[in-house]
Design a protein around this ligand. Structure first.
Ligand SMILES: C[S@@+](CC[C@H](N)C(=O)[O-])C[C@H]1O[C@@H](n2cnc3c(N)ncnc32)[C@H](O)[C@@H]1O
Length: 365
């Protein structure tokens, strides 16, 4: 078990709790933040031991604030480093062509960054759906385990979470994180969810941003139905790119990128899967549905993680978007994008809306 620790510096007081949530106090303003920490959480601890404070460990004092992502500055001996802001965006050929975001380290880090923004919405959905102590849960397309770890905490030591993904490296990261967080109630399975035969019934099957990537989401929901025990619950959270929300005051570059996401996901995937969700669950035989759409609107301050999230999400799709004719090859300077987005929003108190997410849960009668 990780022991709670408090660090002070730069006007901040940062407490890392036993459950690895982080409390940050700046002046009189306390807050509890869920921070995505790429790689091994113990890096933070080790750097704190080496450098004396979290503030020094992350070098940039501005990194410690609402919704931010902490990056450990260097690799520890024997570890590969993943430099920030470098790379071409080219990804290895995906094990399965249907996952359009690719399967490289950069994409896995993007998932962690995205999770730091979206996890609070997902946790509320899981709680509303009744994911609780003692339940047996299956997480489809778990990636680096963001949703699986959340579910594992909710079901506690009397429950279990089985998490499946096609990407072995993502699963290795997820398993490391579960070990670090002393969560012994998770098991990870490598394979395609289209072919997975669990051999046992679950109380809940959950998934975030997975149906959008599948050729036949309805067929998958029918399989989910079969995996559930009577009164079991299916819980899915998916994007919907039918409508994208514009920044205010207007930010033309950001608005153009959101339109690219809309066009790309509409052309390559089930871009309106969020709106389809309720219909698909009913078609698959589920009843007692609860469905809500929401999206984060973040402040466009200079330190917002929003710009990197959007720029890295664009990087993940850029090559395929060009191939699909959604963008022109030379339309964007990918490596400058994060900074350009930040500058565009500078000093105007811009509201920056993210893409819509639809959270839906439904029961097997
Ligand atoms: C957008 S990520 C979402 C990860 C995680 N659910 C989250 O919200 O952070 C989608 C994940 O689904 C996985 N995936 C896509 N198609 C799959 C399939 N057919 N079988 C198993 N995993 C799949 C990808 O490898 C990727 O890790």
């Amino acid at each position: 078990m990780f022991l709670p620790k408090t660090f002070r510096g730069g006007g901040y007081e940062v407490t890392i709790n036993g459950d690895r949530s982080i409390n940050v106090k700046q002046g009189d303003l306390p807050g509890k933040y869920s921070m995505a920490i790429y790689g091994d959480f113990d890096h933070i601890d080790k750097f704190c031991k080496k450098n004396g404070s979290l503030y020094e460990a992350v070098k940039d004092k501005n990194l410690i604030k609402t919704g931010d992502v902490l990056y450990h500055p260097d690799a520890l001996p024997g570890e590969p480093s993943i430099p920030r802001g470098e790379g071409t965006g080219a990804s290895e050929p995906p094990p399965q062509a249907s996952y359009v975001m690719g399967h490289d380290d950069r994409e896995r880090r993007r998932l962690a960054l995205q999770a730091s923004i979206l996890n609070p919405l997902t946790e509320q959905l899981l709680r509303r759906a009744g994911i609780s102590s003692g339940m047996r849960v299956l997480d489809l397309g778990c990636g680096i385990g963001e949703v699986s770890l959340m579910a594992a905490r909710l079901v506690g030591r009397h429950g279990t979470v089985t998490a499946i993904d096609i990407d072995q490296a993502a699963l290795a990261t997820a398993a490391d994180r579960a070990r670090e967080q002393a969560l012994g109630n998770l098991q990870f399975v490598q394979g395609s969810i289209d072919q997975y035969e669990p051999g046992r019934a679950f109380d809940a099957v959950i998934g975030r941003h997975i149906l959008i990537h599948l050729r036949d989401p309805l067929a998958m929901l029918r399989r989910v139905y079969e995996c559930l025990s009577p009164a079991g619950v299916a819980v899915f959270q998916e994007y919907d790119f039918s409508t994208v929300h514009l920044a205010y005051p207007p930010c033309p570059l950001l608005d153009r990128l959101m339109a690219v996401f809309r066009d790309f996901f509409g052309a390559i995937t089930h871009g309106n899967i969020g709106t389809q969700l309720l219909h698909l669950l009913l078609e698959a035989g589920f009843r007692a549905t609860d469905c809500r759409a929401e999206y984060p609107i973040m402040d466009g301050g200079p330190d917002s993680p929003f710009y990197e999230w959007i720029a890295e999400s664009f990087r993940s799709i850029a090559q395929r978007a060009a191939a699909a004719g959604v963008i022109k090859e030379s339309e964007f300077d990918i490596n400058a994008l994060e900074q350009q987005l930040r500058q565009e929003a500078a000093s105007r108190n811009v509201s920056t809306p993210g893409p819509t997410m639809v959270g839906c849960f439904a029961r097997k009668p």
